[in-house]
Design a protein around this ligand. Structure first.
Ligand code: GUN
Length: 293
């Protein structure tokens, strides 16, 4: 039996946030300006509210200015577009983030299209996503969770080039951009989703598994090759009164089984989640640097 490395996303993210905070201080000293992030959150989803609170708190700790706009569940599309347009024009704001998913009645495509491309710190605008997908092009921003996953692999000494990587899930937020980013790092990428036949046969061939399905315990021992590296991006909420907000998140991986087999694995919580926030701060800082260059 091998001992897996438990990849400590929380402490790696803290290290990154400290170095961002020091760059922010330098920017303030040299030009008297700090990066600014605007966060728009619509409705009352408890997971979205937790994510957004954590993002705002991380900004404060890094010295990044943040503004949060909360809109009601039943707000009109024009209310969102109006808030967006104000932030698009505001020169003290370098990053704008619309927390997803949106309430049913809002057109996500239309809203993401309205983002100022140069402030799209989530990398969700179709032009940023398109540039991520196409060879020979560079997106202005890489989506935070996929970028955090790659950063974890690199910092854990996991080679990506030439490896078989399997991404479970094909969402716009995680699965799709993660698969594109892995290709940019020269992995051979296979995407597994809800219609895939015999997914465990495919994942068993993977050197790297990144899973974002939202199905607790989906990835059990029989899905994994011994020695594989597993990043768990699952975020399934289950009630738990002993936790801060009355719930906790469950990953996709059957951790107790997987940890006995793999060479490295991220826990939930404390794995990929904190990295998403660190990458958001990093994208916001990069954007401010570009703006003041
Ligand atoms: N919902 C889940 N993850 C994310 C994220 O990284 N950004 C935004 N805007 N919404 C999300």
């Amino acid at each position: 039996q091998r001992t897996a490395t438990v990849i400590d996303g929380k402490s790696i993210a803290e290290e990154i946030r400290l170095s961002i905070a020091s760059e922010v201080r330098k920017m303030k000293e040299s030009i008297g300006k700090v990066p600014g992030l605007a966060v728009i959150v619509i409705g009352q989803r408890r997971d979205s509210l937790t994510y957004v609170r954590n993002k705002i708190k991380a900004c404060e700790e890094a010295g990044i200015k943040s503004i949060m706009t909360e809109l009601p569940d039943d707000c009109a599309e024009d209310d969102v577009l109006c808030a967006l347009s104000n932030f698009n024009e505001d020169s003290s704001i370098h990053g704008i983030l619309v927390q997803l998913p949106l309430p049913q009645h809002l057109d996500e495509g239309k809203i993401l299209n309205a983002l100022n491309l140069e402030k799209d710190v989530d990398g969700f605008h179709p032009l940023n996503m398109g540039n991520l997908a196409m060879r020979g092009r560079e997106p202005l921003f890489i989506p935070c969770t996929p970028k955090g996953c790659i950063e974890l692999l690199i910092r854990s000494g996991v080679e990506i080039m030439g490896k078989n990587a399997v991404v479970i899930g094909r969402s716009n937020i995680v699965g799709l951009p993660t698969s594109l980013l892995l290709q940019r790092h020269h992995a051979t990428v296979t995407i597994v989703h809800e219609y895939t036949k015999n997914p465990e046969q495919i994942t068993r061939e993977a050197d790297i598994v990144i899973t974002a399905a939202g199905v607790p315990n989906l990835v059990c021992g029989s899905w994994l090759k011994p020695g594989a590296v597993v990043l768990d991006v699952g975020t399934f909420p289950v009630d738990d009164p002993s936790c801060e907000y009355g719930y906790r998140l469950m990953g996709d991986v059957y951790y107790e089984e997987a940890v006995k087999l793999v060479s490295a694995i991220t826990p939930v919580p404390g794995g990929v989640g904190p990295m998403t926030i660190a990458m958001l701060l990093s994208n916001t800082l990069d954007s401010a640097k570009r703006a003041y260059d």
